[in-house]
Design a protein around this ligand. Sequence first.
Ligand code: GLN
Length: 262
Amino acid sequence: MARLIPCQWRQLILSLICLLLIISCHSSPLTGVKSLKVATDPTFIPFEIQTANGNLEGFDIDLMKAIAKVAGLTVQFESLPFDGMISTLQANRVDAAISGITITAERRKTISFSRPYFQAGLAITVRQDNQDIQDLNSLQGKKIAVQIGSTGADFAKTIPNVKITTFNSGSEFFQDLINGNVDAVISDAFATLYAIKNGNLQGLKVIENLLTQEYYGIATPHDSPHLEAINQGIAALLSNGTYKQIYQKWFNAEPPKLPETP
Ligand code: GLN
């Protein structure tokens, strides 16, 4: 065997370490099961929740694990702020993201989405004693809080003369509304209703009529080799009753029928 000089040894060892790291990230050497790296923002309760001991739970987490199970994959979740999720997918640093992400034409320019897995929509939230904000028109000229990078933030920008304050997560903008710094919040209705009911947010009410109808999808980079398995997984859970079970567990209601495309 040709003799290797020390720097060639170093290179060889470094290359071997890289190879081992790549292999161990993508499949378990014992089982050969492919592991998907899935980004999520655990502030979007009850879709993703970080428990006191650091575990993740929630509707999306249960659904993603169930999809992985039928697809013969394992999931490795990675917590990321919502606002950074699309660029992380674009850079191929994760295989997928599940985080109550609304499927939009704009986002589809840079990432791909699975078939819809949840029917959602934006709602207006105000303080309970507020009488003058009752619909979209009465929001004109008001102070509105939204989450940065969300569909709620995009919607708020279309209302004339509003003053928009942006926050990183739901808990922050609801506090601002309670404190009287803003007049209303525009955010996802389900997460908002859940936060008000279970999150100790007193003195807030959600205006009943939704502003939009949206669908959440699991996001992947364009040309993902996993999108088909994810879509087949969603279809399987919808037909075998698992989707309904997970929906009832978190929302205590019958799920609406989902379309195949948004
Ligand atoms: N559904 C909203 C969006 O996609 C908000 C999602 C979230 O905050 N996790 O913009």
